[in-house]
Design a protein around this ligand. Structure first.
Ligand SMILES: [Zn+2]
Length: 156
């Protein structure tokens, strides 16, 4: 890409199409100080130059790498989110996930994943994410439900 977000002043910075060898060197050196971010995913960008393409910004890491980093972060946040859940919560989630995965193997219309993996951009994650045809479902398993006792009726 030709444009990157300049971190210091938050404006788009465009690389020139042509540059001398020295300018290429300077742009590359400048990028090493991390001032350029991808306007879409905020990843760090580096400057590359090829004769047939000219100067351009490139992700330092591949999209796959960024994707796996995002899922790593999401997993950590999900672990935090479920810290206060009961012990049985984890087991229940895994039982339901296994059961749904078995269904998904038999039916290509069904896709099952963990919430934090399928929707790693969310602030709060559902435990399980299911897609059936074009409909998405978020499942959260609640295990710390206590029966509410109506004290007035009990005293009768
Ligand atoms: Zn990006």
């Amino acid at each position: 890409m030709k444009d990157a977000l300049h971190v210091n002043n938050n404006v788009l910075f465009s690389l020139p199409y042509t540059a001398t060898g020295e300018e290429v060197y300077n742009f590359k050196k400048l990028a090493e100080k991390d001032p350029f971010q991808c306007p879409y995913c905020s990843a760090k960008l580096i400057v590359k130059y090829y004769d047939e393409r000219g100067l351009y910004f490139s992700h330092q890491h591949s999209e796959a790498y960024i994707e796996s980093k995002t899922v790593d972060k999401a997993e950590k946040r999900y672990t935090k989110q479920t810290e206060r859940e009961t012990k049985i919560h984890k087991e229940m989630v895994s039982i339901v996930h296994d059961e749904l995965s078995t269904q998904a193997k038999r039916n290509s219309q069904i896709i099952v994943d963990y919430g934090y993996k399928a929707k790693s951009h969310l602030k709060e994650y559902p435990d399980i994410w299911v897609k059936i045809a074009d409909k998405e479902f978020a499942l959260s398993i609640v295990t710390d439900v206590k029966p509410t006792v109506d004290s007035t009726s009990q005293s009768n």
